[in-house]
Ligand binder design. Structure first.
Ligand code: 26W
Length: 787
């Protein structure tokens, strides 16, 4: 699809001349409608290409306006027209609300993948849910997180979507399964199911200047229309039960919670999705047997795993294929990405729930398991012993990761270390059984969104130095390496960072009234709040510096601003207590005359994608300090690297691959290694009290949590103290504290020699092209989807 610039400018001008009301919001909707109109007339499903469907319970794209205009090469034209009609372009763009239909890394990755699929010219489709409320908005009241509903669809509607009622699908829950025999074949029917209508809403996804238009389909649950024989009350209840399925996004990104509603969401997504895929396929293409060569389905974590039995149901019950034929199609079509090793996040659905909500699906899962276990039996005694690890159903729960592995031709982790641990620890029995299925695909980020869009100053500077080619081929950023000793280049790089810091400082001042020290090190820790991500370790170091300000003020040689942004899952008490502690310490440090000009702490409420776009270009230091082995990959690490921050981090997730590229000379690494953490976890020989009794700094810092010197929730602070000192310190904070302080000292020392610092920033930017999601998607396309 090409939108002619002049025609677009004319059309937009025509609409803006008479625009009423003259609000930024209205202008935004005008632009979006025009883009949709121009794109719909061009939409195509490139019928001969293999189609990829990316199933995910979460998509976290944020705002689309700048991404879309950039990809369509209309950004400058659009700004021009807006200015002609006295609109402030940034105001218009910022009036778009973030689509926050995701929690964190998993949903954000899905959004970057859609961007890259289109940019590389593949036919890729996102399949997700249209939650009425996205991820909650966060406020801080009295040092406490308060959650508010996220009304991302305004009264005038969501600018980028198109409702497609004519493509609605029926999804069936409950009922009872009736079996009958025809000739020598058993057939299954669902009697009296609960029927729910799935209505698709389509959002266009544009490739980067390449005419590709893909889509993200998000499904909304609606009730079947009322019949004449139903009472008002009965209908009201039916309607509620239907609509609640897509009412809200589960705000937990680390903890499995076996709620019926979540199970219903999952099945609703996969049933609507795969039914619509088959309808479409059978209308336009060949036979069922050819599906694996025409369609690839990727499932984003185990959340959409029910697509495996649902796909079987459609092929066997509705299209009369034999079990064997159907299984071969499903297995050659579906592949699974794992995103976490954390035990508490692994989904295990109780059998009774699945039986009650999805009786036919349950029978299919049992049959898959029966065949799988028999097959294991054939393979002899050795694996018999691990049958309990291999069975999908044990102790009345269904292990979704096992079902996903058994029904997928390829299973991947999201960084090298993660994929190795997946294979050798978490899914060991399965990797012995199916060694050829396991592989790695290191995550990536859209350099278009996170560099071209978020950091125009740096983008233009890079382009002036090395030309345009890196935009299409980000690995060409290595061409920057020839400037690492060029004073003028390093000066300019520094100046750009400074301007981005000022841009953030102004925004923060306008929003919170806090005046950031613009010449301090901006030390940034932004991600979901979780024990393993160790925001608390960062804070312990901050508190240690606070003590230093009092005891040895000269030891603080460079002013530093610690910036935190993090949402805690509403039910995760410990995470909420850490937020209380951060905000308590922040308010006291910021008011302490002794710390003035030395350290400052900011907790920026409601961290989200559009905030990230402002913060990341302004970061000097990127905090990636998870307990080694716990962060599957991380992607914020890549974004800050690409924007010229230096990383302080553990040898975890993709941090390891960052150091592979730039070497540890250009990365502040510290802490236990993954193997050490895993060994401690197995032998139980870590005792935090030993560390505590040997480290005076820690004693002093932790004493504050229990001696009443911090204002705020004393119970919360004591609980945190207890978790560290008395209750085993699950995430090894005390163990890593000394080494973290050392690394932080190196940060300060390096900042005192600005040239060397800037040089390291440039080296990091130069090697960041590897982390473009274009590279990741090219690998999926070649090695998993066979496009
Ligand atoms: C069932 C509750 C639940 C919901 C979401 C459990 C687990 C999840 C996700 C798998 C958590 C998640 O977002 N994982 C993150 O995925 C990113 C993209 O691969 C990685 O970069 C992060 O390291 C990983 O934590």
């Amino acid at each position: 699809m090409t939108i002619n610039k002049d025609r677009f400018k004319k059309a937009l001008s025509k609409q803006l001349v008479n625009a009423e009301p003259r609000t930024p919001q209205h202008a935004l909707h005008t632009i979006a409608s025009l883009v949709k109109e121009f794109s719909e007339s061009n939409e195509s499903k490139s019928p001969h290409k293999k189609q990829v469907y990316y199933f995910s319970m979460e998509f976290l794209p944020g705002r689309f306006i700048e991404t879309n205009l950039l990809n369509l090469d209309l950004l400058d034209s659009c700004k021009e027209v807006l200015e002609t009609f006295q609109y402030e372009p940034t105001e218009v763009f910022q009036s778009e609300l973030d689509a926050a239909l995701g929690n964190g890394g998993l949903g954000r990755l899905a959004a970057c993948f859609l961007d890259s699929l289109a940019a590389l010219g593949y036919s890729g489709h996102g399949m997700g849910l249209r939650y009425q409320y996205g991820l909650f908005k966060q406020k801080i009241n009295n040092q406490q997180q308060v959650e508010l509903p996220d009304q991302w669809v305004s009264d005038s509607g969501y600018a980028w979507e198109a409702r497609k009622p004519d493509q609605a699908i029926v999804v069936r829950f409950g009922g009872s399964v009736h079996m009958s025999q025809h000739n020598d074949r058993l057939t299954f029917h669902l009697h009296n199911p609960e029927e729910i209508i799935a209505v698709p809403y389509q959002i266009p996804i544009f490739g980067y200047k390449n005419n590709q238009v893909n889509d993200l389909t998000i499904w909304r649950a609606e009730s079947t229309p009322a019949t004449s024989d139903i009472t008002f009350e009965a209908y009201a209840s039916t309607k509620r039960k239907a609509e609640e399925i897509t009412e809200f996004l589960y705000p937990d990104d680390s903890h499995y919670d076996g709620k019926v509603l979540r199970l219903r969401q999952q099945y609703f997504l996969v049933s609507a999705g795969i039914q619509s895929i088959l309808v479409d396929y059978l209308q336009n293409e060949g036979t069922l047997q050819e599906i694996p060569s025409k369609i690839a389905i990727q499932i984003n974590d185990t959340h959409p795993t029910l697509i495996i039995p649902e796909f079987m149901r459609l092929l066997v019950d509705e299209h009369d294929l034999s079990w064997e034929e159907a299984w071969s199609i499903v297995l050659s079509t579906v592949s699974y990405t794992n995103h976490t090793l954390m035990n508490e996040a692994l989904e295990k659905w109780p059998v009774f729930l699945v039986k009650e909500q999805l009786p036919r699906i349950f029978l299919i899962i049992e049959e898959i398991n029966r065949r799988h276990c028999l097959d294991v039996e054939y393979r002899g005694l050795e694996e018999w012993e691990s049958l309990n690890d291999l069975s999908i159903v044990t102790d009345d729960v269904i292990h979704m990761a096992r079902l996903a592995v058994i029904g997928s031709h390829t299973i991947n982790g999201v960084a090298k270390l993660h994929s190795t641990i997946l294979k050798d620890e978490l899914l060991k029995s399965f990797s012995i059984r199916f060694p050829e299925r396991f592989t790695n695909k290191t995550n990536g980020i859209s350099h278009r969104q996170w560099l071209l869009n978020a950091n125009p100053l740096l983008t233009n500077f890079i382009t002036r130095l090395i030309g345009e080619s890196w935009k299409e081929n980000p690995v060409n950023l290595t061409k920057l390496l020839k400037y690492t000793d060029d004073d003028a280049v390093l000066d300019e790089l520094h100046a750009i960072k400074q301007q981005n810091k000022q841009r953030l400082a102004h925004k923060v001042f306008a929003k919170t009234g806090h005046q950031i020290m613009e010449h301090s090190i901006f030390d940034v820790h932004i991600k979901r709040l979780h024990g393993y991500k160790r925001q608390l370790l960062n804070l312990l170091h901050v508190m240690y510096l606070w003590d230093l300000c009092h005891d040895k003020p000269d030891a603080i040689k460079v002013p530093r601003t610690f910036i935190f942004g993090a949402k805690a899952a509403p039910g995760y008490l410990y995470a909420k207590r850490i937020i209380s502690l951060i905000t308590s310490v922040a308010s006291q440090i910021n008011e302490d005359p002794v710390t003035k000009g030395k350290i400052q702490v900011l907790f920026l409420p409601n961290y989200n994608v559009s905030q990230a776009e402002l913060i990341i270009p302004a970061a000097d230091i990127s905090e990636q300090i998870s307990t080694a082995s716990k962060e599957a990959s991380g992607t914020g690490n890549m974004k800050m690297m690409m924007n010229g921050a230096l990383t302080i981090g553990t040898m975890d997730g993709a941090n390891i691959e960052m150091t592979d590229l730039v070497s540890t000379d250009h990365f502040f690494d510290f802490g236990l290694r993954a193997q050490e953490v895993l060994a401690y976890e197995q032998n139980g020989q870590y005792d935090p009290r030993e560390v505590f009794h040997q480290d005076r700094r820690l004693q002093k810092v932790l004493h504050r949590l229990v001696n009443g010197s911090l204002k705020g929730d004393q119970v919360a602070f004591q609980d945190i103290y207890y978790s560290l000192v008395e209750n085993g310190d699950e995430y090894f904070l005390l163990k890593d504290f000394g080494s973290y302080v050392q690394a932080q000292n190196q940060v300060q020392e390096l900042y005192l020699t600005p040239r060397t610092w800037q040089k390291k920033c440039l080296i990091n930017i130069s090697h960041s092209g590897y982390f473009s999601s274009d590279r990741t998607i090219a690998e999926y396309a070649k090695e998993i989807w066979h496009l």
